[in-house]
Design a protein around this ligand. Structure first.
Ligand SMILES: O=C(O)c1cc(=O)[nH]c(=O)n1[C@@H]1O[C@H](COP(=O)(O)O)[C@@H](O)[C@H]1O
Length: 228
């Protein structure tokens, strides 16, 4: 069972160092736009030097040439996982994979953000199939492009496993302890549901980083996710 991926949604290196110091073990952490735009590649190198696994979440979405070149640069960081937006299309996803060639970095595609519900998708994107159909379409496109998996919600995990295979990564944010506030997330689930629905990874931010005791929260979520 993969470790829960902790979203380091902080804006400074100092905050990250303070947070990581609470944990006396190697973690799987996510560096997203907020942190990367403030602290850049150097912070990724620092976290990697501490022995943590890294998901570099920059959701690349641009023309194929730009995405390939950007991924070629990011490949040098030696992160474990990184992502693009599936909405960029198959050609862009193939270019991203090409940019990562020779690296051990796994590549996944964001399907529909977990902050999107079906009504918003219809209104904002003029996509008139069901949200699940849209997510499944993007997942199949990502598989066709040779990617390792997708970012989706727990609600779509089992359908993606059915259509794209158990080994296809299903990295699911929108994780909340039962009864906790969803905040801006629209498609949420507990760690237990994620396990039951076949997610391969869970991504957890505020449930841990905003907890009174982040280490205790991480331990509770890790136990629930691993079925202990
Ligand atoms: O790619 C992501 O990590 C991502 C995709 C998605 O659809 N939804 C989503 O919430 N995320 C990220 O997952 C984390 C979720 O944060 P919390 O809602 O605080 O657990 C944030 O860092 C988001 O940027």
């Amino acid at each position: 069972m993969n470790k829960p991926i902790i979203a380091l949604d902080f804006s400074s290196k100092e905050q990250v160092e303070e947070f990581l110091a609470l944990f006396g073990e190697p973690l799987f952490v996510k560096v997203g736009m907020e942190l990367f735009y403030q602290e850049g590649p150097e912070l990724v190198r620092m976290i990697k030097s501490k022995g943590h696994q890294i998901f570099l979440d920059l959701k690349l979405h641009d023309i194929p040439n730009t995405v390939e070149s950007a991924m070629r640069g990011l490949a040098k960081l030696g992160v474990d996982l990184t992502n693009v937006h599936a909405a960029g299309g198959v050609e862009m996803m193939k270019a991203a994979k090409k940019g990562l060639a020779g690296s051990t970095t796994q590549l996944i595609a964001v399907t529909q953000l977990t902050s999107t519900d079906e009504t918003q998708m219809h209104e904002d994107q003029l996509i008139y199939v069901s949200l699940e159909e849209s997510v499944l379409h993007y997942a199949k496109q990502a598989k066709r492009a040779g990617l390792d998996g997708v970012v989706c919600s727990v609600l779509e995990s089992s359908a993606i496993a059915r259509d794209c295979g158990e080994a296809f990564l299903k990295v699911t944010p929108g994780i909340r302890i039962a009864g906790a506030a969803a905040d801006d997330q629209k498609r949420v689930a507990t760690p237990k549901a994620a396990k039951e629905q076949g997610s391969t990874h869970i991504v957890v931010g505020r449930a841990i980083t905003k907890a009174q005791d982040p280490v205790a929260a991480y331990s509770q979520i890790k136990n629930e996710w691993s079925g202990r």
